[in-house]
Design a protein around this ligand. Structure first.
Ligand code: NAP
Length: 540
């Protein structure tokens, strides 16, 4: 059986960063990726219009080796440009030699006698199974590793073509002139809808919750800024991350909206809106997700800007309702260019499935509660993921004394620093539960957590410890800290994947994210490492 010092699962930003950092330290590390190439979510997100909502230049690996020669041509790169980038980065960092692609990790069991992880894999190409051992296991599986479909009667009976947005066929799908259904209006649904609406014969969108989308505005990449940033890499990292809220190159306004005059509020809102991207959310007043009156002002502004774009009053009421469906930004917004205009086309309609739910999938299409039946050639499930924790449950993870992750998290999610779990020795994860994750630019999180984890592994190894594990007390304290801080915001009011509450099932409703911002998170984790890991148990 082949043994590695560490195994890294996942070849997106997190896996690439962590594996690279461990190699730099001289370890015999290996990675497994279920896709056929690097990219993580960007390997699987290849539906029409798939494009990242984080802008260049911050949306790239912040590793000096790959900062010199790749220039993005789009401000918000599309999936094709991102796949080109990942290929480039994999080659430049020489990571292809250390990753096995097309390989799913099917189980990971900690062996208490040998103090090793036993990791089983299966090839997606041949079905061949293999087993490996390693001292340390790093899960870089992202927060969207487990797709979800609606639990609909007859879902398999549909005779046309149907698939999830994360499984868009590599060869593409000809939607020209076809009758198409899109179920779900998260980031994936919005992007698909605005992209295919001109091509399809008919499009019916089945919406559960309106997406409070934000304008992307200019798509022009700032080439000179990218070049400048490349030269100033170390300064940017050292200066900006410790004080950053979300890892972007803009910060929330330090003022609270509730203390500002209507004129000041309008000025700020206009500035954020017109500059586009996530500024209206993450570059807005500091109390936007805390204070109900500031949040309401943002909703009123959003509604005024959005409602004028939808001509048909019936469609408008579904897309831009009179009253907010939830506090704005307590569900993740996404960026759009022509989303609302898509509904001004005669071939595009929308059904509010909150009122008129889908009751059945038939051979030919969908039936709704009011008895209407719709015929389709293609049904697209843009229904998202068992987000943040879902991926942990699909790899048969067992820690000390064979404890499963379902047992460990039976009463809610418990981690320490959003990077480890107390009964799972030498196990680490990044971009997951109780870290900044969905509130952080992905590559920024990958860097700060990847570096921190590689340092802890190095500390454990160099001191001759067989394993480390965070203490149970530290884990309980971290959970309370996460929840107490989330309870200061408006997040808990909303049924969202931030709260583990976007799907049927018995996942406890609790905030799964660190809400105090990247800078505070960076300070919190470095306090632990700088003081010699006082909240970890190390075993010789
Ligand atoms: P999502 O945000 O979870 O959206 C899923 C959509 O499906 C929601 O509208 C949801 O309605 C609906 N839905 C879920 N279950 C349903 C059911 N049983 N019946 C009917 N409708 C149902 O998923 P996503 O759009 O794939 O995006 C996931 C995350 O991935 C994003 O938030 C983002 O972080 C990332 N992403 C980013 C980009 C980008 O950067 N541009 C692109 C794609 C994805 P409810 O809202 O009512 O739950």
């Amino acid at each position: 059986m082949i043994h590695y010092d560490q195994i890294v699962v996942g070849g997106g930003f997190g896996g690439m960063t962590t594996l690279h950092k461990l190699r730099e330290k001289g370890y015999n590390v290996h990675g497994f990726e279920r896709g056929s190439d690097f990219g993580g979510v960007w390997h699987h997100n290849r539906y029409p219009g798939a494009r990242v909502d984080s802008e260049t230049p911050v949306y790239q690996l912040w590793l000096k080796e790959v900062l010199s020669d790749f220039i993005f041509t789009q401000r918000f790169p599309d999936w094709k440009e991102l796949q080109r980038y990942f290929k480039y980065a994999g080659q430049k960092l020489k990571l292809y030699d250390y990753f096995t692609m097309n390989t799913e990790v099917t189980s990971s069991h900690w062996n208490d006698e040998e103090n090793l992880w036993y990791v089983s894999t299966q090839s997606n190409l041949t079905g061949d199974e293999q087993q490996f051992t390693c001292n340390h296991l790093v899960l870089c599986i992202g927060f969207a590793a487990k797709k979800t479909y609606p639990d609909l009667k007859g879902r398999d009976s549909f005779k046309g073509t149907s698939f999830h947005t994360a499984d868009w066929p590599w060869e593409g799908i000809d939607v020209k002139g076809k009758k198409v259904a899109v179920i779900g209006t998260g980031a994936s649904g919005v992007q698909v809808i605005q992209s295919i609406s001109k091509e399809v014969g008919e499009l019916v969108v089945f919406q559960r919750t309106p997406n409070l989308v934000l304008p992307m505005q200019s798509q022009e990449a700032n080439i000179s800024k990218q070049k400048e940033r490349k030269e100033a890499y170390h300064q940017i990292f050292n200066d900006s991350i410790p004080s950053s809220f979300s890892g972007f190159e803009f910060e929330p306004d330090t003022r609270w909206g509730k203390d500002c005059t209507p004129e000041e509020i309008k000025e700020k809102f206009d500035e954020c809106w017109n500059n586009g991207g996530f500024r209206f959310w993450l570059g807005n007043f500091s109390d936007i997700m805390v204070d109900k009156s500031t949040n309401r002002a943002a909703w009123d502004y959003w509604k005024e800007k959005s409602s004028v774009r939808v001509k048909d009053p019936r469609k408008r009421k579904i897309l831009v309702p009179d009253e907010p469906p939830h506090y704005i930004f307590t569900k993740r917004p996404c960026l759009e260019t022509t989303y609302f205009e898509s509904y001004n086309r005669d071939n595009v309609d929308i059904v509010d499935i909150n009122i008129n739910s889908i009751t059945e999938v038939t051979e030919n299409g969908l039936v709704t509660k009011d008895g209407s039946s719709y015929e389709f050639d293609i049904i697209i499930y843009a229904t998202g993921f068992d987000a943040i924790t879902g991926g942990f449950y699909q790899m048969d993870l067992k820690g000390k004394n064979g404890i499963t992750i379902s047992e460990a998290w039976e009463n809610g999610t418990y981690t320490y620093l959003g990077m480890g779990i107390s009964q799972f020795p030498n196990l680490y994860f990044l971009y997951g539960p109780q870290g900044p994750t969905a509130f952080c630019n992905g590559p920024t999180c990958a860097l700060i957590q990847g570096v921190w984890i590689s340092e802890l592994i190095d500390f454990t190894t160099k001191h001759g410890f067989k394993y480390n594990t965070p203490s149970l007390e530290a884990q309980n304290t971290w959970k309370k800290y996460i929840q107490d801080n989330a309870n200061l915001t408006l997040l808990p009011y909303t049924r969202s994947w931030y709260m583990g509450a976007n799907r049927e099932g018995n996942k406890p409703r609790e905030c799964l994210l660190y809400v105090r911002g990247v800078g505070n998170y960076y300070k919190d984790i470095n306090k632990e490492s700088d003081s010699g890991y006082p909240n970890f148990i190390f075993v010789k």
